[in-house]
Design a protein around this ligand. Structure first.
Ligand code: ZN
Length: 123
């Protein structure tokens, strides 16, 4: 009769360790972004036909590489910005990221935009 009880105890202890390790890090990292949102800024944006970038909290939590279309209101050309898994992790930890958008690819209108992303409180 002793053996089954011992097994249940060992299982319960192991299970509680696994739960604690799995949840703490991710939730803490996401809290900064959940509180402040993800602020984005597109440098050298066009006065007429501004590009826009919205980064969902779910993307930060997932921490999987995403390529965003930032064309926004521009009818002439678009760009994309790729945020890697490591970028999302850094963002959630409070790092201000500066990424470079893709080129337009349009002859005579070649340009890129630096794009900043931050979960830090706005000052
Ligand atoms: Zn542009």
């Amino acid at each position: 009769m002793r053996h089954p009880i011992l097994l249940v105890l060992v299982f319960a202890i192991t299970a509680s360790f696994a739960t604690a390790c799995g949840s703490s890090g991710t939730n803490e990292a996401s809290a900064l972004c959940a509180d402040n949102g993800v602020t984005t800024f597109i440098v050298d944006n066009h006065p007429n036909g501004a590009h826009t970038l919205d980064v969902a909290l779910a993307d930060v939590s997932a921490a999987v590489e995403v390529t965003y279309d930032i064309q926004g209101n521009n009818t002439g050309h678009g760009h994309t910005v790729t945020v890697t898994a490591d970028d999302f992790i850094a963002l959630a930890a409070g790092t201000v990221l500066t990424l470079e958008s893709s080129d337009t690819g349009a002859v005579g209108q070649d340009h890129t935009h630096p794009v900043t992303l931050s979960c830090s409180p706005q000052t």
